[in-house]
Design a protein around this ligand. Structure first.
Ligand code: AMP
Ligand code: MN
Ligand code: MN
Ligand code: MN
Length: 280
């Protein structure tokens, strides 16, 4: 996709601080190249990339929205909550993210133990190399398994090793919806439910989630996502309107090797939507 076709606003992407493959500076350079003028950095459970992204954005005249994508366990299911326009220095938020980091390390150890039983040795050390000192995630184990020649690509690794029922799957114990929202609000941010279609919930269950989210003071829904189809975007636009939620839009960019999901490669919000960025 050419730069001209990219959306000027992209409120969801990942750097090497979590499971993205570009550094924060690299993301900013790419955003400039693609004509994205407002970018939110939303790494999984960390804001460690924000300062570097902000510095690079200031140099390039780009607006960087400090963000985070928090891992939540809601009714035995993992969901992701975006915190947008947060103060990354806020204490409650940082303490919460530190606890999540600890959870991630404990889970990574268990994943490695299980992979060891499946004949994959030293997986923790191997995955840590890919994590480059940032937040460790299943993606880093996936890269290692590809490197060892046990699967052709990351998607195949997930399917055969890292999802429920497979040898390297360990259910993460993340935080409650209430907790995630309280940290985001303490940090002065706006919370949005990320990529709602990805959870494969029934409409009834999704409505239950959004009802609870609203009751806890949640304000946004990621209507347009790089992981949604056009019809998904449209449907989520209707749902946002129904619940009175502000609409967010983000590519969920992880790096150039995920060629199907490029920075800024998202369509505009449906007309019915109230854009979340008006409230930053
Ligand atoms: P974690 O938060 O450590 O459980 O890892 C979740 C991350 O793994 C997501 O944010 C995606 O980047 C990646 N991921 C999850 N499922 C898949 C999949 N089927 N194929 C490729 N990447 C995936
Ligand atoms: Mn990810
Ligand atoms: Mn996500
Ligand atoms: Mn994401």
């Amino acid at each position: 996709m050419s730069a001209l076709l990219a959306s000027p606003i992209d409120l969801h992407c990942h750097s090497t601080a979590s499971d993205g493959s570009l550094s924060p500076q690299g993301l900013i350079a790419l955003a400039v190249e693609r004509g994205v003028h407002t970018l939110a950095l939303t790494d999984h459970d960390t804001t460690d990339g924000v300062a570097a992204a902000q510095a690079a954005a200031a140099e390039q005249g780009l607006k960087l929205i400090p963000g985070v994508e928090i891992s939540v366990t809601w009714q035995q299911q993992v969901i992701h909550i975006l915190g947008l326009n947060i103060n990354p220095q806020q204490t409650d938020l940082q303490q919460g993210l530190m606890a999540l980091d600890e959870q991630r390390h404990q889970r990574a150890e268990k994943i490695a133990q299980q992979l060891e039983k499946a004949g994959i040795k030293d997986a923790l050390a191997g995955a840590s190399v890919y994590a480059k000192g940032g937040t460790i995630s299943r993606t880093h184990f996936a890269h290692l398994i590809v490197e060892r020649g046990l699967a052709r690509n990351v998607r195949k690794v997930f399917r055969h090793y890292l999802v429920r029922g497979k040898p390297g799957y360990v259910a993460g114990e993340w935080v409650s919806l209430e907790q995630a929202l309280s940290w985001i609000h303490a940090a002065g941010g706006i919370a949005a439910v990320a990529h709602p279609v990805r959870y494969k919930m029934t409409r009834t269950r999704l409505k239950k989630l959004l009802t609870e989210f609203k009751e806890l003071g949640g304000q946004g829904l990621e209507v347009v996502s790089g992981t949604h189809s056009r019809d998904d975007n449209f449907q989520m636009g209707m749902l946002a309107q129904h619940f009175g939620l502000w609409a967010s839009a983000g590519s969920d960019y992880h790096g150039p090797e995920h060629f199907w999901q490029q920075l800024g490669a998202i369509p505009p919000l449906p007309d019915t939507c109230s854009p979340i960025w008006r409230h930053f």
